[in-house]
Design a protein around this ligand. Structure first.
Ligand code: IPM
Ligand code: MG
Length: 376
């Protein structure tokens, strides 16, 4: 009997459902050819959760996620919910709530330049000619996103608003340990990013990272202020391997890293808690402006599935097959609208899903004997 592996699928809002649809094609091939037994069940989150259940994170969804071996999420949010108070909006009541409920404190966002997409990068050729491969490790359940107090108050007629950036030592330590362990295994260097020339929380961040670094003497680590880091990323992205940073700085810098690869539609992400339970989602957001047009790029979502196969299902060999298929599709010149300069000739969301599926089957057939002998 093949071991059953349960994925809770949360398509969410915007382009979420369309790009999730393409991942089912891949899951089907994985079950049929790669000897996996993945079972999926869908649940509402975000705006669709509000619409169907009156809350961004329905109880059913929470229970379904708890019963699963991993979560695959599309995206949440859209303009139709902007009128709601902040704590009821899909992002906060759905996504951030889910991150907090499962304590997904560790967020990995790999930003890699594909040679086939080099022309789309907003950076000059000579800056990116050596390529780059940056892993943003973002703290995901602390800092200003969740710090209390926060709110809007009135002082007479004048309103004022406040948020709290707060980090406990243990929160910095646990994410730093993960960064150092990844760096050690892959022989990468770490750049820890903070604003310790201004913020107390950043002073604690820097000192804690320095303290942890002593336990990993073979890993090289440096420290940058966030303004300098934002500048260095566009000046010379290949100087970075791992960027380790707080929730807010990670949100901003991971978008920057994503954009310089050419398209935000290519960037997956993985989030983990202490038990290594994982949630996987594209880093790009719900893109409501292109929703239901069959033009969204499903690659970030499929790469998120690939990360799930690597980290939660622990089948890195199979994940490599998915990644290779994507690379081969791009090499053949098939591009969705966001990653082509030729706006008249592009493949649709569905076509891209079909192509990656076909190429994955081809990869399987090419390596069939090998796979059987390795019992993958
Ligand atoms: C991200 C997103 C979210 C965040 C939003 C949708 C709440 O921008 O995952 O980067 O700010 O974390
Ligand atoms: Mg973001």
């Amino acid at each position: 009997m093949k071991k059953k592996f349960k994925i809770a699928i949360l398509p969410g809002d915007g382009i979420g459902p369309e790009v999730i649809k393409e991942t089912y094609k891949i899951i089907h091939v994985l079950n049929q050819y790669f000897n996996l037994n993945i079972q999926t069940k869908e649940y509402d989150i975000g705006g669709i959760g509000i619409k169907n259940h009156g809350t961004g994170l329905p109880n059913e969804t929470l229970i379904g996620c708890k019963k699963s071996d991993a979560i695959l999420l599309g995206s949440v949010g859209g303009p139709q919910w902007n009128h709601l108070p902040l704590d009821q909006q899909p992002e906060r009541s759905g996504l951030l709530n889910l991150r907090k409920k499962f304590n997904f404190f560790c967020n990995l966002r790999p930003a890699k330049l594909y040679r086939e997409l080099q022309d789309l990068s907003p950076l000059r050729k000579e800056i990116i000619s050596n390529g780059f491969n940056i892993l943003c490790i973002r703290e995901l359940t602390g800092g200003i996103y969740f710090g209390l107090p926060k709110g809007i108050k009135k002082n007479g007629k004048e309103k004022y608003a406040f948020d709290t950036e707060i980090y406990h030592e243990f929160e910095i330590k646990r994410i730093a340990h993960i960064a150092f362990q990844i760096a050690q295994k892959k022989r990468l260097k770490i750049t820890s990013v903070d604003k310790s020339n201004v913020l107390e929380s950043s002073i604690l961040w820097r000192n804690t990272v320095k303290k942890i670094s002593k336990k990993y003497p073979d890993v090289s680590v440096s420290h940058l202020y966030v303004d300098n880091a934002a500048m260095q990323i566009i000046k010379n992205p290949c100087q970075f391997d791992i960027i380790l940073t707080s929730n807010l700085f990670g949100d901003i810098l991971s978008d920057e890293c994503a954009m310089i690869t050419g398209s935000i539609g290519m960037l997956p992400s993985a989030s983990f808690n202490e038990k290594k339970f994982g949630m996987y989602e594209p880093a790009g957001g719900s893109a409501p402006d292109i929703q239901n047009k069959n033009i969204a790029n499903p690659i970030a979502q499929i790469l998120s599935l690939s990360m799930l196969i690597e980290y939660s299902l622990k089948k890195p060999e199979i994940s490599k097959f998915i990644n290779t298929s994507i690379k081969n599709v791009l090499k053949k010149g098939y591009k969705t609208l966001d990653i082509t300069n030729n706006k008249k000739k592009y493949v649709t969301t569905e076509e891209m899903g079909n192509l990656i599926t076909e190429f994955l089957i081809k990869e399987y057939e090419k390596n069939e004997k090998n796979l059987i002998s390795k019992n993958i």
